[in-house]
Design a protein around this ligand. Structure first.
Ligand SMILES: [Zn+2]
Length: 106
């Protein structure tokens, strides 16, 4: 991994996370913003890194794809979210139930 992409959410990103009830979000500036309380969660960080991988896989259509999936399947059932959960759980070594304890993720 190159430069540290993890940032404490402030300003608009923090407001957005709180408004939607999420603890972390991958942002179109290529950084990952986490609320203070979730900043050290390895699972959340892996989940968000999976979104960066998905973005690299579909560089021109990632944002369209993920918002289309949110609109049609809902956030939690979006295939890109399910894939990110599986990636995080496999990497960290907990079952997918870990998501319940990790907090909501964007
Ligand atoms: Zn996500």
């Amino acid at each position: 991994m190159g430069r540290n992409r993890f940032r404490k959410a402030t300003g608009f990103a923090r407001w957005l996370l709180c408004y939607f009830g999420f603890d972390a979000v991958t942002w179109p500036d290529g950084n990952i913003y986490l609320l203070e309380k979730a900043f050290s969660s390895r699972w959340l960080r892996r989940h968000e890194l999976a979104h960066l991988m998905q973005w690299r896989r579909h560089p021109w259509s990632f944002w369209f794809r993920i918002y289309w999936q949110y609109a049609t399947a809902g956030h939690d059932q979006a295939p890109l979210e399910i894939e990110a959960d599986a990636y995080a759980s496999a990497a960290i070594g907990y079952g997918t139930a870990w998501r319940t304890f990790a907090g909501k993720v964007g």
